[in-house]
Design a protein around this ligand. Structure first.
Ligand SMILES: Nc1ncnc2c1ncn2[C@@H]1O[C@H](COP(=O)(O)OP(=O)(O)OP(=O)(O)O)[C@@H](O)[C@H]1O
Ligand SMILES: O=P(O)(O)OC[C@H]1O[C@](O)(CO)[C@@H](O)[C@@H]1O
Ligand SMILES: [Mg+2]
Length: 493
């Protein structure tokens, strides 16, 4: 038996850690495909309620005729051209055919790096729906940290629910906490309420970390009569959504739990990017540019910018690439030394001597091995990281003082400015499509799924597949290599 090997190496790919495949078996590809299909099958209401009724969709593609949402037994759109998504429509997950495991960024399944197609489910409205709109009470909750675009997604979920004919739509205040805190009342939502909320950043509903356990949340869902829950959040929130789904179905509640991945860190597996990420990179440009101007205008100026990225260095990498002003980019996935002949400080000295100034971009999760561990955790049990930005600044000042070379060090931490802003146009569109698809997924009868963009198409993914671990920058990827080409930095270890 040969273990699935190269795919494991790639931290951004689908994990197959529990699967062993005998590559000498001529049918191994078929077996792999069957296993993959089973993993990516979308949980459906009929798994628990085989007799669940379906009916023609109330979501009409052709909206030229204004129709009443007081159905009185007649749900049909009366349309001839449907334009719905077929349940068997698929999106290709990986589009590069690598011919050797040594090819940059290769994600191979077998030692010969054979081409194996991996298909995931296409998102969008289905012809049949499994909820009667007048029987739906839908809720939206936003958890974790802030992210540009939360209001855009809330808005689209509400608008789309109304188009299906849903009248009862509520927001749960301050993340999962809102399910337990009796003083936090549900927020009634309608197109009128959400019409302009996308014009500002943040979340209309508020966010939080920590909160009640799964049983308490499901008790609250039952008590409130909520049968569609839209959960906007990152890896932790999705783990919560997965647990809520399992508990609901264990209690035989006909409930659909749908995630929309939210994280500026872009650390969710399988999708091209998460909403808010592009905006965060764009905002980061302002900080990087300021650091560059400061450094460039000072005698022996050094600018240091810390950007978010607990586990993944996507914002730092893309921010460095976009700006073209970074000399050293430090990310959690690539180890480095500050001190020593090949360390960051020695390279900074070289840059000062040769260029007269330098700019460093450091992701918050980078170089944690250089800092003292605190063992502290936040309310969601995330480890509180040491401050690599401040540490780099202090060590840089100390180093140049010790070697007797003048250095003017300016440190910028734009963290919360980057998260709190309004989305840019491309993220605005992404939020719109994700929000609409989340509602289509719920009405189609799916649960424990999340929505994402995959090779420019939109797909539904089973939640457990996207949260098995955070998506990381692959140091062997073309994008990281491009970043190194752009900065010109050597190995710093
Ligand atoms: N493994 C888990 N099981 C159940 N609930 C979880 C789990 N991990 C986190 N949660 C809950 O999910 C919510 C959000 O988690 P967390 O604070 O980690 O943010 P996140 O969704 O990962 O987003 P961010 O990208 O901002 O960190 C919290 O209310 C937390 O209690
Ligand atoms: O200060 P807060 O709100 O806990 O958020 C910080 C975290 O948010 C994130 O950007 C994820 O949203 C992480 O990179 C970062 O550690
Ligand atoms: Mg988290």
């Amino acid at each position: 038996m040969v273990r699935v090997f190269a795919e494991l190496k790639s931290q951004s790919s689908t994990s197959m850690s529990n699967t062993s495949i005998d590559f000498s078996d001529p049918n191994w590809k078929t077996k792999f495909n069957e296993d993959f299909e089973a993993r990516f099958r979308l949980p459906h209401i009929t798994d628990v309620f085989p007799d669940a009724d379906s009916m023609p969709s109330t979501f009409c593609i052709n909206m030229r005729i204004r129709r009443s949402t007081d159905f009185s037994g007649n749900y049909s759109c009366g349309e001839e051209k449907h334009g719905y998504i077929n349940d068997n429509d698929k999106v290709l997950l990986k589009t590069i055919r690598y011919s050797s495991p040594t090819s940059a960024g290769a994600e191979c399944i077998d030692p010969g790096c054979n081409w194996v197609e991996k298909w995931v489910h296409r998102a969008g409205p289905r012809e049949k729906i499994y909820f009667k709109p007048e029987e739906v009470k839908a809720a939206i909750v936003t958890c974790g940290g802030l992210c540009p675009g939360l209001n855009d997604v809330i808005r689209q979920i509400v608008i789309t629910l109304e188009i299906y004919g849903v009248k009862k739509i509520v927001g749960i205040p301050f993340g999962y906490r809102g399910f337990s805190d009796k003083e936090m009342a549900e927020v009634e939502l309608s197109r009128r309420v959400v019409q302009n909320i996308h014009l500002s950043g943040g979340s209309l509903l508020g966010v939080s970390r920590g909160g009640p356990g799964v049983n308490e949340i499901v008790d609250s869902l039952e008590r409130r009569g909520i049968n569609m829950l839209f959960v906007l959040g990152g890896n932790g929130t999705h783990a919560g959504a997965n647990a809520i789904h399992n508990e609901c179905w264990k209690r035989r509640l006909k409930v659909s739990i749908i995630g929309v991945p939210k994280t500026i860190d872009n650390d969710i597996l399988l999708m091209d990017k998460t909403f808010g990420f592009d905006t965060a990179v764009e905002e980061a440009q302002r900080a990087i540019n300021s650091a560059y101007i400061e450094a460039h205008s000072a005698y022996h100026g050094i600018g240091i910018v810390k950007l978010m990225g607990r586990d993944s260095g996507f914002i730092a990498m893309q921010g460095s690439l976009a700006s073209g002003q970074i000399d050293i980019c430090l990310i959690p996935e690539v180890p480095f030394n500050l001190h020593g002949p090949r360390g960051v400080l020695s390279h900074l000295k070289y840059l000062i001597e040769t260029k007269g100034s330098a700019v460093v971009c450091v992701a918050e999760g980078a170089g944690q091995n250089l800092l003292q561990k605190t063992n502290a955790t936040d309310a969601s049990k995330n480890i509180v990281l040491g401050d690599i930005g401040v540490y780099t600044q202090q060590e840089t000042k100390k180093y140049f003082k010790e070697i007797g070379v003048h250095a003017d060090v300016k440190y910028i931490d734009p963290t919360y400015m980057i998260r709190a802003c309004r989305v840019n146009a491309s993220d605005g569109i992404l939020c719109t499509v994700l929000g609409q698809n989340a509602v289509h997924g719920a009405f189609a009868g799916y649960s424990d799924i999340t929505v994402g963009i995959c090779n420019t198409h939109f797909a539904f993914f089973p939640i457990p597949e996207v949260i098995s671990h955070p998506r990381l920058v692959d140091p062997n990827s073309r994008m990281w290599h491009r970043c190194l080409t752009s900065t010109g930095q050597p190995d710093l270890i």
